[in-house]
Design a protein around this ligand. Sequence first.
Ligand code: MG
Length: 261
Amino acid sequence: MRHCPLCTVLPALALVAVPVGLLLAAAPASQDEKGAKKEWGVHDKERPQPAMVTPAGHGTAPSDAISLFDGKSLDAWTGGAWEVKSDAQGQPYFQVKAGSGNIRTKEGFGSCQLHIEWMVPESCKCNGQQGCNSGVFFMDRYELQILGSNPNKTYVDGMAGAMYGQYPPLVNACNPNGQWNTYDVVFSAPKFNADGSLAKAGHMTVFFNGVLVQNHSEIWGATAHMAKAKYSAHEPKLPIGLQDHGDALCFRNVWVRPLAD
Ligand code: MG
């Protein structure tokens, strides 16, 4: 019988490899300079439990969210003299006071999850970009367009669910005027190097009435009209703005959850 060296070596290697594999799987997670675990084994029972959060209910925010509208005042905001009102069922909302200017949160935010509900009153007549226009400005400069878009034909990178001047929504999920719409957004803030150059572009993922319309779309820069967007370095946290485009749009149930980068 011919001698086969590998026939004896391979089983021996396997005997060594199995315990090494077991050792790797059972090895404690490594620690960073502060002694905190930063890597975890599969199904590691020492891995910390996520924080408990009571989910949002109808018209309420998750328990760890920052409410940007308490139903009584616009104390979380500064800027235009927008008005707090209530509908026929007594549900509070706030409305653009046309011509009084944009509003901005007093608090600054970077990366975040935002929930906002908006409605174009039936009395508004949409004509392209006119008559039913507003917008959410993340960091006071990256606009997620708000526009009555059912029906209302305009350039597609300016319709509801568009990142204005950059990306159309994947689909048109807009409700007709007179009905409330919902945006649920994951906004990732851009990052800048010390010399002001862009280190990492921002992104938006947007669900419009529960339908995905922006899928981790890369932000080109600060929203511009009739021009290609460009970045310029800014602070890591800035206000969220809502646009007064001269139209009496309504908003309610606005909340934000800051996200770690
Ligand atoms: Mg707008």
